[in-house]
Design a protein around this ligand. Structure first.
Ligand code: UD1
Length: 336
């Protein structure tokens, strides 16, 4: 069964490709290397023993996208990761974000219609909840006004998919990721931010190895037990496995509705300081950090109610925080 993975050389995409291959799927990757490296393809092969098919082009270019689908009309399902994801950058470059994140999705759905491809898994984000009124947050929580163009692209994408599914014979599952961290146990694939990392975990490991001088902890005056912000960190391999289950659910016609949305988290919230403590324990290193002012646009605390995903998908995150921070560190050590 042939599955298209867009953004399949990226952080979450590459881990998902491995899990798909290990479950017997044939994978074709489309990735324009805007935030990934071609070496990832070989490393996927080292893990799974199979080199996925790969094409390099920009999915927001309608002609290129249509040409690809004409040549690959036997694709049975699509997992759409390819998107920009830096919150701050999206404020500076909104048009790039709309073109890439919305334009690509539009092109993909047009081709799903043309070539009668019925199954789409979409990478959404807990960012759609903003600061929820109730924690843990369920999928029924209201969508809050987006704080950035990035966040808005995820909200709009979910609406676009919902409208598309309503009008056409197709199915979709949107997975709202919480905070993926960690790396594959082989340390052959992991998070590879180009430039200065925005996210916490790569900033921690790069600081510990000496690429960055010091980690800034953004705020210790939040209304949380230790004052630092709380997130639901999830191991990227657990997250990748959720995609395989979502694909299987669609292929086996197990969906209860044509468009379903699931929180993909662990259900546990950890503060920034707790992540640092876990990292220091597993890496046996002291981390150089200082407390600075809050980062604009950050929510205070969010973690997932995972009951719907656990019960409906039969999926549950299995790996704990220490396994996440240790695997992230082993990945950092493996990078030259
Ligand atoms: C952010 C986005 C989220 C997006 C994700 C992917 C927001 C509110 N959320 O998640 O929608 O899907 O990135 O890019 O912007 N921190 C530090 N120092 C650092 C970096 C981070 O203290 O150098 C703190 C942050 O303040 C936050 C936590 O670590 O409390 C996690 O930050 P990060 O990894 O950037 O993820 P989010 O901001 O939760």
């Amino acid at each position: 069964m042939k599955i298209l993975v867009t953004g399949g050389l990226g952080y979450i995409g590459s881990h998902t490709v491995v899990e798909l291959q290990q479950s017997g799927y044939e994978v074709i990757i489309v990735d324009n290397l805007s935030n990934s490296r071609i070496e990832v393809l070989e490393n996927i092969e080292k893990i799974s023993g199979v080199k996925p098919n790969y094409e390099n082009f920009d999915l927001s270019e309608a002609n290129l996208c249509a040409d690809f689908f004409r040549r690959n009309a036997d694709i049975e399902g699509i997992i759409h990761f390819a998107a920009y994801k830096a919150v701050g950058e999206s404020v500076e470059k909104p048009l790039e974000y709309y073109k890439n994140n919305i334009g690509s999705l539009l092109n993909i759905m047009e081709n799903m219609r043309s070539f009668k491809i019925e199954n789409l898994v979409f990478s959404s984000s807990c960012t759609v909840y903003g600061q929820p009124d109730e924690l843990p947050v369920t999928e029924r929580a209201p969508i809050k006004e987006a704080l950035s163009p990035y966040g808005y692209t995820k909200q709009v994408a979910e609406v676009m998919i919902s409208d598309f599914i309503y009008a056409h014979p197709a199915n979709s599952i949107a997975l709202r990721y919480f905070n993926p961290i960690g790396a594959h146990k082989t340390a052959l694939i992991g998070e590879l931010p180009l430039g200065v990392p925005n996210n916490l975990m790569p900033f921690i490991t790069q600081t510990a190895i000496g690429i960055r001088e010091q980690l800034s902890v953004f705020g210790d005056d939040y209304n949380t037990p230790d004052g630092t912000a709380i997130r639901d960190y999830i191991h990227v391999v657990d997250l990748a496995k959720a995609h395989v289950i979502a694909v299987e659910r669609m292929m086996n016609k197990k969906q209860k509705a044509a468009f379903e949305i699931f929180n993909i988290g662990t259900g546990n919230g950890y503060s920034v300081l707790e992540v640092i403590q876990s990292f220091e324990k597993t890496s046996k290193r002291k981390l150089n950090y200082k407390i600075v002012a809050r980062r604009e646009g950050d929510v205070e605390q969010v973690w997932a109610d995972t009951n719907f995903a656990n019960n409906e998908l039969g999926w549950k995150a299995e790996k704990g925080l220490d396994e996440m921070t240790l695997s992230a560190w082993n990945w950092q050590l493996s990078l030259k």
